[in-house]
Design a protein around this ligand. Sequence first.
Ligand SMILES: [Mg+2]
Length: 264
Amino acid sequence: MRGQAPRSRGACLRAHGGIDKAARVGHITRAPMTLLDSLPPHARSFDRIDTWVFDLDNTLYPSSCRLYVEVEQRMTRYIMDELRLDRDGAHALRRRYFQEHGTTLRGLMNEYGIEPRHFLDYVHEIDVSAVKPAPALGRALAALPGRKLVFTNGTRRHAERVLDRLELAEHFAAIHDIVAVDYQPKPDAAGYRDLIETYAVVPSRAAMVEDMARNLPPAAALGMTTVWLRGGPHAEVDVAHAASIHHTIDDLTAFLAALSLAVE
Ligand SMILES: [Mg+2]
């Protein structure tokens, strides 16, 4: 298009964030600057990655779709009905389970022995029409070398509904859902090991993209390269998580599109 340059690697670097000024100054004599030149000192390159593991919710679609709001409301309603709590009590319990057990479901299973399938079917029966087709992300995924997997704390049915809305299903080789990991949600390391075993993933050749920073340490500990997509509803990151974040991005489509150019 006249007067509009193709997306540059500079755009990707801005999307990365977290690249300190000192690192850029250190490379200023090397021209042209490439994506891989400019990564922060602890960052890893992507040129050997052959498997991409993507979280689903608030990662493959933007958190501005606010699907999580309805899921959280339905979780609260479920707890009110099953445990006969008022709304405030149910909300407080849900938050405590999320912190102490990883997910509300795991807390309900551990402390009340609830049947997980019923809970999952109930909370995921939401309106997903806010999720729109993502053709630019589709092009970026198609151009990105390697196999792509979805690893979600939700159900396969939920993932399939969302991917259908995004029109991205064709790009993913498999969906590893909460049932596949025997209801051990991220960040429980058991699920990551199960993913690696099931799909013969070589961790040193795998990258994981997530909007929840707390789900990245197990991937990093297993040897995977980690990418944190910040801006989600649970965006807090503490020091313990930061050490396991190799890359920080703000825009998944821009990041993947620029990366495809860099690793060609
Ligand atoms: Mg997520």
